[in-house]
Design a protein around this ligand. Sequence first.
Ligand code: BG6
Ligand code: MG
Length: 215
Amino acid sequence: AIEALIFDLDGVLADTAHLHHAAWKRLAGELGLPWDDDIGERLKGVDRATSLDLVLGEAAGKYSAEQKQQFADRKNGYYREAIGTFSARDLLPGALAALTAARSAGLKIALASASRSAGELVERMGIAEFFDHVVDASTLARAKPDPEIFRRAAAALGVPPARCLGIEDAQAGVAAIKSAGMAALGIGDARVLRDADAVLPDLTSFELGKFLAPA
Ligand code: BG6
Ligand code: MG
């Protein structure tokens, strides 16, 4: 049976996926790089440095490590500006109800976000107290789709991966959950999140009871 829920943040609980996307698109425009909105799905869930490499594409080799750091910082500045006014209003529909239901059911709850702004965002949105553990993204060696972040969350909660349900809107995130040995609930488009065990369009249709029964 499921004993813990491990949530991604951006695009699952917080309405931020489009803001990351817009910040990368703005940087790409400034650098005169080609932009195809299809890149959006691949950028989801991926850490900042890996995202920059995806955005630079073939141009990546043209820039020094120092220039790349500046580009990543610039994108982060645009993103930070966009979330500057975030509050509980920016929670995605169903997020608060899902967290409340999990807590009432006595489940452990962790946050597994690749974003270095995750801790601040959950504070601003008023949901920090729901989490028994928030993984510090700055301490990770490997980005999603590597399972490290989900394994770390489960270990911190003291729950075996087989009894955790990971919740993700990104292909890279679903892959990370599955390789951590957990059940994956995808949030978004079932055609995109093919490897998830179940997919919902958003958290408004989340029914905790459906996931608690022993497999
Ligand atoms: C993930 C987002 O949660 O965090 C990605 O889905 C983002 O789009 C990544 O690149 C890293 O975020 P940050 O805020 O540390 O640059
Ligand atoms: Mg996400």
